[in-house]
Design a protein around this ligand. Structure first.
Ligand code: OOB
Length: 519
């Protein structure tokens, strides 16, 4: 589902959509450092040359414009080169998270009809080639490319040819797919166009004050919108700065990189912010180059926000975003009060915001309600999901975010709860329905309801409430079962409650509110 013509015209006229292609965005001078990973350093000229060669190599390998490619890579140079190569070719990366496993990947490959699946050999102690073999058994015919030792597959480094002229994709066409946090069973694919995503990263780079002196540490997975383009690696490369790729966001991995590369900007989720604030006290690392810490993905507590400047010596920017589009940022010149207590205001003057009650009527100014939004970088429909789209959008194209917010007179939003059936586990989104459907497949589970329980570090954790079939299962049995079904680890329940009955709402649905309150 694409943007209606009248909106597209407006977004072009107002200068949001400029016809820029994502493949053209690395914007730094040829000899400046674009990328750093471990001891590997790539200049802008080298990054562009590698992407050109890989684009030609992919074309020769049989990847055509409009084809989908599931990209399942950690924060590596290959991720970046491959992304630019695909953008140039007009083939579309489907960005899976490194933590995804057989259940998610099989679905993504099948649903997107991917022609190729790109993996590392091993990462964080896991062999992705074994996973690829399992996925191939269910999605035959797909090609597998491996960054590193290829095993039975093709090495990504062999996908390399003399650059050839390639026809430029249409800027209004889909450039990539992001995954939704998901409210229903399976993760939805979010189509992002060159026009809309180029605006997303360019405007984000501006609002975050990026320039060619910026050194951005990619600590969160760059397969996620936040570290990819808010402004993330793509925004930094657009601005001509340097991207430093961290193998993980843990202080022992990230702090030495900040010290060595003189990192100026990075992005974290609130739970990692807490960890960094503790670790900074004893790590003995020089973090003085940091200018700005962006925090988003889940609600940041004011107590934590207050500790950022005294402990890390940098400014804070709150980011309330979603893979679907809308991004809210606190501005660099906002008064402290707003930076500490709000989740920012929309990026674009033409981000349309409605805040509605349960009947879909606009609430009074300042009241809490569900956030609906429409704008130049917010999707108009998920990929191949007509039934879900009918519920996820209003007839006039507003996306129902599922988030409960209040709007201040300044336009800043305060996020205060949600109506969607998800758990926000330290910024990682878990669809209750997805986990429930897997739990129901276990013979000892008669019925299951998955709810969030508050947690001091992660904000929320996942609790599985189960009505047993005979002998009650244990948490260890259930998590082993879910793992055997190929579910990503972050979706495994942290806690199990075996109950005799569920509370029900008046219409006979399990009342998750009552259930959560009971826990
Ligand atoms: C980011 O994107 P997603 O797609 O993983 O998750 C979006 C959802 C939002 O609908 C909201 O429920 C929650 O995550 N969220 C926040 C938040 N930022 C995201 N809830 C409270 N406070 C915040 N600051 O999470 C994402 C995408 C781009 C930039 C930053 C985060």
């Amino acid at each position: 589902m694409s943007f209606p013509d009248d909106f597209a015209t407006k977004y072009r006229e107002r200068g949001y959509w400029t016809g820029t292609l994502l493949g053209d965005t690395p914007g730094g001078g040829p000899d400046r450092t674009a990328l750093v990973q471990g001891t590997t350093r790539l200049t802008y000229a080298e990054l562009r040359a590698r992407a050109d060669r890989m684009a030609a190599g992919l074309r020769a390998f049989g990847v055509a414009p409009g084809d989908n490619v599931v990209v399942h890579l950690p924060n590596t140079v290959e991720f970046v080169v491959l992304s630019f190569a695909l953008f140039r070719l007009g083939a579309r990366p489907v960005y899976a998270l490194p933590a995804h496993r057989r259940s998610e990947i099989t679905y993504l490959c099948a649903h997107s009809e991917a022609v190729a699946y790109v993996i590392p050999d091993t990462h964080a102690g896991f062999d992705y080639r074994d996973l690829a073999a399992e996925v191939l058994a269910e999605v035959p015919g797909m090609r597998v490319l491996v960054a590193g030792a290829p095993g039975p597959f093709t090495a990504l480094s062999d996908v390399d040819s003399e650059p050839v002229p390639l026809p430029a994709p249409d800027p209004s066409s889909v450039a990539l797919f992001l995954l939704s946090g998901g409210t229903t069973g399976l993760p939805k694919l979010i189509p992002r166009t060159h026009d809309d995503y180029a605006y997303n990263l360019r405007a984000s780079a501006e609002v975050t004050g990026l320039d060619q002196d910026t050194v951005y540490l990619a600590a969160l997975p760059i397969a996620h919108n936040f570290a990819l383009a808010c402004p993330g690696i793509l925004g930094t490369l657009h601005a001509g700065g340097t991207v430093v790729l961290a193998p993980s966001p843990s202080p022992p991995d990230a702090f030495p990189l900040i010290e060595r590369e003189r990192v100026t900007v990075t992005a974290l989720v609130p739970s990692l912010t807490l960890l960094w604030l503790e670790a900074a006290k004893w790590a003995g690392r020089d973090l003085s180059s940091l200018r700005l810490l962006q925090v988003g993905g889940a609600k940041l507590k004011e107590e934590t926000a207050l500790r950022v400047r005294p402990t890390l010596g940098c400014d804070l920017q709150q980011v309330f975003g979603m893979a679907e589009g809308l991004l809210c940022y606190t501005r660099l010149d906002d008064p402290d009060e707003l930076v500490l207590t709000t989740q920012g205001r929309p990026l674009c003057p033409d981000d349309e915001i409605r805040i509605v009650d349960e009947d879909g009527a606009d609430v009074a100014p300042g009241e809490l309600g569900q956030l609906l939004t429409r704008g130049p970088y917010t999707l108009r429909g998920y990929f191949r999901a007509d039934e879900h789209n009918a519920k996820a959008f209003t007839p006039d194209g507003f996306y129902l975010t599922g988030d409960l917010v209040r709007r201040l007179p300044s336009g800043h939003l305060v996020v205060d709860g949600r109506v969607k059936d998800t758990i926000n586990r330290g910024g990682e989104k878990v669809s209750a329905e997805e986990v429930e459907s897997h739990l129901l497949a276990h013979p000892a589970v008669h019925d299951a309801a998955v709810v969030a329980v508050p947690d001091a570090l992660l904000g929320e954790r996942t609790c599985a409430c189960v009505l047993p079939n005979g002998e009650p299962p244990t948490l260890a049995e259930l998590t082993a079962f879910l793992r055997s079904r190929g579910l990503a680890d972050f979706k495994l329940p942290d806690r199990l409650e075996v109950l005799n009955e569920f509370p029900y709402t008046a219409v006979g649905k399990v009342s998750k509110k009552a259930l959560a309150a009971r826990l």
